[in-house]
Design a protein. Structure first.
Length: 71
């Protein structure tokens, strides 16, 4: 319950105008951003997405004699 991630949440540009006009909308967004900053699953999902991004291929020699066994 005391968890807080270091992520920064900002409204999309279209919401800025609405937030300036409607105080209740602004409060809802601020509460939503606060709850997102306390959600461990949001940070973990971003970590998983980061791991799924393609990594650069490093070219080098391949040892064909070495066998890789998957279980």
């Amino acid at each position: 319950s005391d968890y807080k991630n270091d992520l920064v949440f900002k409204p999309i540009p279209q919401d800025f105008e609405l937030m300036n006009k409607d105080e209740s909308f602004k409060e809802k967004r601020e509460r939503w951003f606060e709850s997102l900053s306390k959600d461990i699953y949001v940070e973990e999902a971003l970590n998983v997405l980061d791991d799924l991004q393609s990594k650069p291929v490093v070219k080098g020699k391949v040892d064909l004699k070495k066998k890789i066994v998957k279980s």
